[in-house]
Design a binder for this molecule. Sequence first.
Ligand code: WTA
Length: 655
Amino acid sequence: MAVVSGEALENLATENRLFPPSESFARQANAQPAMYEEAAADREAFWARQASELQWSQPWTNVLDWTDAPVSKWFVGGKLNVSVNCVDRHVAAGIGDRVAIYFEGEPGDTQTITYKDLLDSVSQAANALTELNVRPGDRVAIYMPLIPEAIIAMLACARIGAAHSVVFGGFSAEALRSRIEDAAASLVITADGGFRKGNMFGLKSAVDEAVKDTPTVKNVLVVRRTGQDVAWNSGLDIWWHDIVGKQSTTHAPESFDSEHPLFILYTSGTTGKPKGILHTTGGYLTQAAYTHKNVFDLKPETDVYWCTADVGWITGHSYVTYGPLANGATQVIYEGTPDTPHQGRWWEIIAKYGVTILYTAPTAIRTFMKWGDHLPQAHDLLSLRLLGSVGEPINPEAWMWYREVIGGNNCPIVDTWWQTETGSIMISPLPGVTATKPGSAMGPIPGISAEIFDDAGKPVGLGSGGYLVLTQPWPGMLRGIWGDMDRYRENYWSRFKNTYFAGDGAKWDTDGAIWLLGRVDDVMNISGHRISTTEVESALVSHPTVAEAAVVGASDDTTGQGIVAFVILRAGSVDGPGVAQELRAHVAKEIGAIARPRQILIVAELPKTRSGKIMRRLLRDVAENRTLGDVTTLADPTIMNLISSGLSNSSSDDD
Ligand code: WTA
């Protein structure tokens, strides 16, 4: 029987605490309790009301068409332009002088960009893309640091109806190449490089490597960010400042169908090949704007909002680019890492700009806890009025620390559950309405229907756990996997009938609050980033010394999970001191630094069932130093002894 530790008991006590909204917050909140009933009474009418807050050039005739399930159509027949909604309409409404973006570069350079400035830049960029023959329906890869041009590039694509595919700047040339190839992108927008941890890193060099093998790419558009030397292919490469700078600042936008593709964003699935998640126009923008307004309680006239995500992730799409700009928000973006040039950089930024709403990830919060309270306490954080969390379950201790040390016990916390596939927030408290429990995402927001199913597809009921599912279509849902609709049906819609399977475990507590329990598939969550075990395994076996590899996500105090790889070397390869180091570097080169294993263990055998399936559960037990679980289904039950006993003298490394 498991022994309940003192720490677990303390968690239990914290988990059961309830924080009702303060009266003063509730009085001014955008969200209202009645929204739950309104949405439940008529979901489609509710979503239509949210959609009508956007500017449509042609109204829709039908809110939802679900006849082609699991592919939904929302606001059928409606037409709009996303960039007009995010930029032009604010200028037209007379708020062109409002700051849209405060940019803070890592080296300390800054820019203040108003909505009018943004309109000029997006128009110029749209004209440049048109000059480069980018047409509606084309795909554009964006591989950039977090600088204003990244957002401008996304909006310019949206403006001319080209689908962008943003690839996180931390991904390798190979990861970029495979994504360009899968989407058959005709243009890549990049920068010479960016600043990170006080150094310059290169991006253009990775693009050069990637586009050698991607004949669909006709041009590479390069922003000069760092001034570092770059190789130049005059047949392909064009400086952003040369072609964008000379364009007119006016651009007449075309309207696109509500179901016109807006973007593709690749995310890890359970196979080695990332999935290109497809999002479209009207429904996506409706839900991004609605959630941004109500979950973050945005008051565009007075708030200074800061979401710390990079535009390479879905959070950066929905809550840096589209949600905040659709709502006319003033926001901060920061290029660098939290510890450059010192560990108080974030708190300094909050004090400098008077940030009122902060949205970040549990990994960051736990890192700050480790660094010490004195860092945030050295800065004036009194401007903060709401805190958000996303990307992984937030443990109750981190939640309490966030509330007390960052929020001064005075800010509601919204723990927001959602996915690349859902497009926008799905499960979250509503600030000013929901009483929150530390560590719980509470419940589906108005307009969203979630359930927890058992193996047989029956709701588990209060007090029990199972699989998180979504039982009704929603406007921001993915419309498929780019180029692989069978995989879309198989992945999300085959496990339970007519129900979206999220891949997360969850439980209801006895009060009806939802607790997310992490992934139930072979997807790891490293610092809030999804990486599949198979992807890392494929990278490892592509190294000439590796015969076989098995990868697990082991729990990690800071990053949530850490990657631990068990590797069998090929006959003739010797396990020397540099082997683990070299394999870690190899994975970073194949996928990107975020996928570099925390630890590599060289073993003689892997635990397999009689049908040859690797039993990762047992490897996880080893990686987490636990007593082994049931080994009776192993083809050779003695293997685990061999692995465990061999570990003490194997190559491992956790720098
Ligand atoms: C996890 C990020 C617990 C979950 C927006 C999900 C969370 C995956 C939470 C999606 C949360 C995200 N609590 N788990 N508040 N938010 N997750 O696609 O496992 O990068 O399936 O989207 O992150 O990751 P993705």
